[in-house]
Design a binder for this molecule. Sequence first.
Ligand code: NDP
Length: 491
Amino acid sequence: MADVERFKLVIGGKPVAAVSGATFESQNPYTGETWAVLADGSPTDVDAAVAAARSALDGEWGRTTGFVRAQLLRRIGDLIAADAERLARLEVSDSGKLYREMIGQLTSIGSWFHYYAGLADKIEGRQIPSPNPNYLVYTRKEPIGVVAAITPWNSPLLLLTWKLAPALAAGCTMVVKPSEHAAASTVALALLFDDAGFPPGVVNVVTGSSPEIGAALAGHPGVDKVAFTGATATGRHVAHAAAENLNPVTLELGGKSPQIVFGDADLAAAASGVISGIFAATGQTCMAGSRLIVHDSVHDELVRLVAERAATIRLGDPMDPDTEMGPVANAPQYAKVLHYLKVARDEGATVAYGGAVDEDLGGLFVKPTVLTGVGPESTVVREEVFGPVLAAYPFHDEDEAVALANDTPFGLAGAVWTKDVHRAHRVAAKVRAGTVWINAYRVAAPSVPFGGYGLSGIGRENGVDAVEAYTETKAIWVELTGSTRDPFTLG
Ligand code: NDP
């Protein structure tokens, strides 16, 4: 294992071994080989990381002004952009995602830190009118405290950044628990904070192979807020654990997002948007547009266009710039996708394209799959597959399109494809989802809120308001007359 890379925990600004000395291995899903060995942390390490985060909050970091934090955030944004190539390679080795996608993501992550640098020195309280003129009242926005961030394997650093950048702008400290399937890049990122000049303990990372660590962190009494991205079922556990401490949560969970295509849509553009929504990143995104709800007048034509393009998608080495779809990220996820393909076949779905593993490539490759002959009750229409599996079914009129789109417990994202500007906005308003694209799919920016309705989560990440999720509001009353009050009256 000569070429294997080694990663430790990051606690108090330094790489440290797990207290037990234990390690675990990470396999590259393309080669199937172990490429990294990581520290296998335990709840004891979580205790140490939370203590380091608390000590940073009570120490130098807690005394920084928003102006200083803005400077530091700009610096870390620059360092990440400069190190994008290395960080992108780590993510490709861990999760099999395409280098061409990850280098784009990692290059753009700096802009999230720059955006929140712009907000760090603008976190303002208010002076509030009091009904009693003897009082001056004002509010202060204070950091909520130590934040626990629990992140998934599909875009580890991007989804961490959505939590970390606003939390640091607000003055919080953080303990991160990345997924065991893709933890290396988070360790590498955390070590950059020291280079950027952050005091030790502001960003801590505990990696490990057991779900015990996430559970210990989510329910840790030393934590003040929990921010999570991952499966809806896990999100429930996290919310229960946080509730024990009455801590607020931000949850960014699963989706079953609809792409609604009307008969007047530009079908070439819609087909391309559908492809990007479900086959980019091998369908392993929370915002995957996994349900194609298409007007019956263009159903067959659009399915043909999507299936034809799916047939030409180049599967292969994620590091090859010509590859369009990499492998499924890990063995449990691969098994899950194959399970859903079997269920779809058993329930009578028709495979317009794909529906099977790619025998030639071996490894964890599943062909991009287009299913028809499904309906609102089909399992692949109701449940999140988190893989390259599109379920297409028709509608007859606008009301039915909206009803079908909203017939889901999820509500993360969706799209409306039409040239009719009136209908576009009318339908976008009726779709119950945190993001609706019109004639587009899969666009995100630091300035635009992202999050879900229903089982897709609680709260919003990104945008100006995300900083609020990491602050507490304190009201301060100042008695102005200097007189002594009657102690037995209020106000
Ligand atoms: P999970 O939701 O299980 O994992 C997300 C994070 O939570 C990981 O860091 C995980 O750690 C951690 N975790 C696991 N159990 C607990 C717990 N009891 N308390 C606190 N934290 C916990 O996602 P998986 O990676 O296991 O993927 C499973 C499914 O989730 C996928 O098939 C997909 O459907 C969905 N998913 C959705 C995502 C989204 O963005 N909406 C992202 C990723 C997955 P560890 O991995 O080390 O167990």
